[in-house]
Design a protein around this ligand. Structure first.
Ligand code: ADP
Ligand code: MG
Length: 337
């Protein structure tokens, strides 16, 4: 990606995602100023399911950009589209419309062959159901080594001994080195999920996607699984997007994205405060490229807003008023309340 003179008005998805996702030779210089280059970029993503003549719009024009190396939580009510989004990003499902790129791969333009390679080496995926992540007839170490074997012929392919070595390293990193020789039935759910993180990381993916990975676990095991995700993010630099219902988890990440009715509605950004003080968390509404934003439901209800609102541009903010009969837009600077 060559630097252009002058300021670009809008960075395209291609610009954002080119040149990332190959961890060993990441090009720091190609990152836009101020942020890691986007490794995930969704633009007006739509997924419509049609079953028995009924259409469900699971994703309704979703925009999302996740920077390289971010650790992000995705929250939202059941049915809001979280799994649909993750399945698309994982290459397991295809969007109906819109654009989605992950680590430079256009998810709408991949052939079946590209898709297989993509699923093997570009993204790692963790299911909620522990049993779905591991082969029951293989030990933990064999489970982790398997994806490396399947990727043979590619750059990641390595000899049997090297694969075994790397499998052990990954199990140590996620805190379950002691499970290397155990079969899944001999491990707890939390241990199995930590092995599953090793499996997902085996081929050095750019992105690790986890769909409620702690949903079936007790809180202590959930903490250990989440700690393993954090370690993977910190030590390997892998971008992690984790769907969770656990407020404890979203309290531990810098960025929490909330999805509502198939769109991103709000984001909470957390900044580390000075020593000894609590982190600062701030909630943002998401402004899409067309200028639309979603006003939180409780704000709307408390002011009885519906159908339309009045807007006024103030020096440093925008005022939003309910459309009550006989009430004009007040200029707060002159008239007050
Ligand atoms: P979440 O993971 O946030 O609970 P999902 O992404 O699973 O939500 O589902 C979003 C919406 O799409 C829901 O209304 C759900 O019923 C619907 N949906 C999900 N998968 C399918 C499918 N395979 N066929 C039809 N509808 C589906
Ligand atoms: Mg789901």
């Amino acid at each position: 990606m060559s630097a252009e003179k002058g300021v670009r008005e809008r960075t395209s998805i291609d610009d954002l995602t080119s040149g990332v996702g190959r961890p060993p030779d990441r090009d720091q210089a190609s990152r836009p100023a101020g942020a890691g280059a986007a490794v995930i970029a969704c633009d007006r993503l739509v997924r419509i399911y049609s079953t028995a003549g009924i259409e469900v719009q699971a994703l309704q024009g979703l925009d999302l950009v996740v920077g390289d190396g971010e650790l992000t939580a995705l929250v939202g009510a059941s049915g809001s589209g979280k799994s649909t989004l993750l399945n698309i990003l994982a290459g397991l499902d295809t969007p109906t419309a819109g654009q989605a790129r992950v680590a430079g791969h256009d998810l709408l333009a991949m052939t079946a062959r590209d898709r297989l390679a993509y699923r093997r080496s570009v993204v790692g995926f963790l299911w909620q159901q522990t049993s779905r992540n591991l082969f029951s007839h293989l030990t933990a170490a064999e489970n982790v080594a398997l994806p490396m074997r399947l990727a043979r012929g590619r750059a990641q392919a390595r000899g049997r001994a090297r694969r075994g070595e790397r499998a052990l390293e990954l199990l140590e990193m996620t805190g379950v080195g002691y499970c290397a020789g155990r079969m899944p039935a001999q491990m707890s759910g939390g241990e199995q999920q930590r092995v599953a993180i090793g499996i997902a990381l085996a081929n050095r993916p750019a992105v690790l996607l986890a769909d409620e990975p702690t949903g079936e676990l007790d809180s202590e095991s959930a903490d250990e699984v989440f700690a393993a995700l954090r370690t993977a993010n910190a030590e390997l630099g892998v971008t992690v997007l984790v769907v969770t219902h656990d407020p404890q988890v979203s309290a531990q990440v810098r960025r929490t994205i909330a999805i509502r009715d198939g769109k991103i509605s709000t984001e909470v950004l957390r900044r580390a405060a000075a020593d000894g003080e609590a982190d600062v968390a701030e909630e943002y509404s998401v402004l899409d490229r067309a200028g639309r934003l979603q006003i939180p439901r409780d704000f709307i209800e408390s002011l009885g807003m519906r159908d339309r609102v009045r807007l006024a541009l103030e020096p440093d903010h925008v005022g939003v008023w309910p459309d009550s009969p006989g009430q004009g837009v007040k200029n707060t600077n002159e008239e007050g309340e």
